[in-house]
Each structure stands twice: as C-alpha cells, then as structure tokens.
Design a binder for this molecule. Structure first.
Ligand SMILES: [Zn+2]
Length: 398
C-alpha cells in the first residue's frame, strides 16, 4: 500500500447514504437523526435524510448498508519519530495499523523516541520544527498527525517560544520528559507557550521508563498545562486522592490513555462525571511505548469505558472525537457542516452478544470497522485489525 497519500485533485463530492446510526461526536447531542452525509472537497456540506439533501453529481457514493457512521477517531497522545517508523519496539507501520482501528487524527506528545534526540535548545527547536514539517508534508496512509512537540529543557526563554510558534510549532511535548521537572519553571514556560498559541501537556504519574520521574498533583496543578496528559498514569497512576485533587482544582483536559492504569482511568471518568465535566475527558494510546503499540487502542478505551464506566457508548465515542477536537481546536471530530469529512464506518462485530451496535459496545466488545474516510476520500475498506463487522459498507458509484 502506498504510504504517501496526496490530496485528491479536482473537485470531489462524497455521498454516504443508508446510514443506520449516525454518531455526532458532540457530547450535547451524540446521536443525529439523519441517514445521509454529503461532503464536498473534503468538508461536510449536508447532513440529513436522503430525500432532503442534494446528492447529484457525486464523485463517490458510499452505501453504508445500515451501519454506523462516526467521526474519525482522534488519538490525543502518540510518540512518532519518522514517518511510519518509531524505533522503540522497532515499530513499523503503526500509524497505518491504527487507521485500521478507526484513528484518522493523531497528536504528538513529543518525538521523544528519536535516537540521540538533542537536549540543547537550538537542537531541540530544530528537531521540533523538522518534525512539524515532515508530518505535515507526508501523511501516512492519509492520517493527520500533528507533530513537532518540543520537550522543555532548562534555559529556554520567552523568545524561544515566540520563535517556535512563528515557525509553525503548535504543541509542547509532555512536560517532565526533559530537564524541566519543577513546577515553577514549567509554569513559566507553559505560560510563554500559551501566550504564542502553543498547546501544552504534562506527563502525569510515576516514571514511564528508567530516567523519567514522578509528577504528582502539585506539579500538574502548578504547571497548568492545557491537557493533563495520561492522568491515569503512563504507566504508574497517582493515588486516587491526587487524581481527584487534579479533577477538582482545575478545568484542564483529562486525558485517559490505553497504555496506562485502567482502574485509574475509570476513577477519573467517575470523578469527571460527578463534577458534571465529561467534556474534559479525552482519549489517547501513548504508543509506541514500552508496552508497545495497540492499533485498536482507542476503540478498546471506548469499549472499556462504556462497559465498566457507566457511560453510554455514544458518549464514550465523544471522548475519542468531539471532546478532543474542541479541546485541541481541530477542524475534525464532529459531524457538523463545515468540518473535515473524516469518518469511521462500523458495525456490531460478528457474534457479539449485543443485540445491536451500541449494546455490543456497552458489553465491552470492539466494533467491527468496515471503512475509513479522510478529507472525503475512502482510505481503507474492511479493517484488517478489528473483528469482522456484521454488515459492511461499500463504494457503489463514482
Ligand atoms: Zn508520559
């Protein structure tokens, strides 16, 4: 399969019809009453009943065959290095494999697995700008990977953040993975980053590998990053009391990752629900990492939270789509006119005990993925990674 995925040339019009269930990705209205989506030139232009929308002149028609359409899933926490290769675990093709798990957008939490990554300031800035450029110019299998996330080191000054922002850097890598491991310095640098429009995240919990350190609630709250990265630990979680303290003491994003502590993820979810702040919950995998790569990590998190966390499956899908898109100011993640036409088409896995799709997820089964679409272009047909879907969509016309 070609890994370079150029944009379509010329005008395109995609019609997805015969949708059985349309998940919006938006927490306030997670299920839409519509069976047809139209997207022109990669953007959603109509959502409704087939008889009410203009489907003339389509360049691609997908018959969803009564299956489930949701926004393409977003992985809020990955560690890319170069294209579809990350040397930790000698991992190849993990991005394309994650697309087969429904992920159409990824966000780098730092290119920290780069062999010999520079720790000096000019070097780390150069590497971040290079990563931003490389992943912007080369989309693996069409997946949108927002990368170029420098890791804070001592000696960085306001001018460095201004320069990074001007060069196109929009993210910081996890605070705490570099030399800056104290709250006061982190707080200063995070606020400089925020001033120039650079988003931030932090490594929460115990050390991930030898050489990294513990970051507790005090430091998380003092650093005040936009996202509390893997609040369920990466891998080792904080005590429940500290997780509760973070949830109650700030309004920042609460990121739950697959490569973390599952009990702590459920505790965070319950705390967020108690606070009536489910819009803060977002999902990531934290791969590739010491625990490897899980191409189905995001759908596994959705099924885990929906089956054990007392949230409805259609809400759990919002954690992996609209919540992340809103928090990260992305133009995807919600089925809404004007947004990017990124979709995952799914159905109940064959032989799930659930009577229908949502019940199968509520019982903890993974969905069967039948197709992925990015920017209005069909990228994959039936997933090679998920259990087979009961019903499959198909391209019925060009
Ligand atoms: Zn981490």
């Amino acid at each position: 399969m070609a890994h370079d995925a150029p944009a379509a040339t010329g005008p395109t019009k995609l019609v997805i019809r015969n949708i059985g269930l349309l998940l919006s990705g938006a927490l306030e209205n997670p299920v839409l009453d519509a069976d047809t989506i139209v997207a022109e030139n990669g953007r959603i232009t109509a959502i409704g009943k087939l008889k009410d929308v203009d489907v003339e002149g389509a360049s691609t028609v997908v018959d969803a065959n009564g299956t489930v359409v949701a926004p393409g899933l977003i992985d809020s926490h990955v560690h890319p290095v170069a294209g579809d290769w990350t040397p930790r675990q000698s991992q190849l093709n993990w991005i394309e494999s994650s697309l087969h798990g429904g992920v159409t957008t990824m966000i780098s939490a730092g290119e920290v697995h780069t062999p010999g990554r520079p720790r000096d300031i000019v070097g780390l800035k150069a590497m971040a700008i290079t990563a931003q450029r490389c992943f912007d110019a080369f989309r693996v299998a069409g997946v949108k990977l927002h990368a170029g996330a420098p890791v804070l080191e001592h000696g960085m000054v306001e001018e460095d953040f201004k320069e990074l922002a001007a060069a196109g850097v929009k993210l910081l890598g996890e605070v705490g993975l570099g030399g800056v491991k104290d709250g006061a310095n982190a707080k200063q640098m995070v606020s400089w980053a925020r001033k120039y429009g650079i988003q931030s995240t932090i490594h929460t919990g115990g050390p991930s590998i030898p050489g990294s350190g513990l970051i507790g609630a005090d430091m998380v709250l003092e650093a005040d990053t936009d996202v509390v990265g893997h609040i369920n630990g990466g891998h080792t979680a904080l005590p429940d009391g500290e997780i509760r303290c973070i949830c109650e003491s700030c309004r920042r994003g609460l990121e739950l990752v697959h490569n973390g502590n599952e009990r702590a993820a459920l505790y965070t979810l319950r705390t967020a629900r108690e606070l009536n702040q489910l819009e803060r919950v977002i999902l990531g995998t934290d791969g590739p990492a010491g625990s490897g790569v899980q191409p189905l990590g995001i759908v596994r998190m959705v099924a885990m939270l929906a089956s054990l966390g007392e949230v409805a499956p259609e809400i759990a899908f919002c954690f992996a789509t609209g919540n992340t898109a809103r928090m990260r100011a992305l133009d995807c993640g919600i089925v809404e006119i004007g947004r990017a036409a990124d979709f995952v088409i799914m159905d109940k896995a064959q032989h799930s005990a659930g009577k229908h799709f949502l019940e199968s997820i509520a019982l903890g089964d993974l969905p069967g993925i039948g197709m992925t679409i990015i920017d209005g272009q069909v990228r994959t047909a039936r997933s090679r990674n998920t259990p087979p879907a009961t019903k499959l969509p198909s391209v019925v016309g060009h």
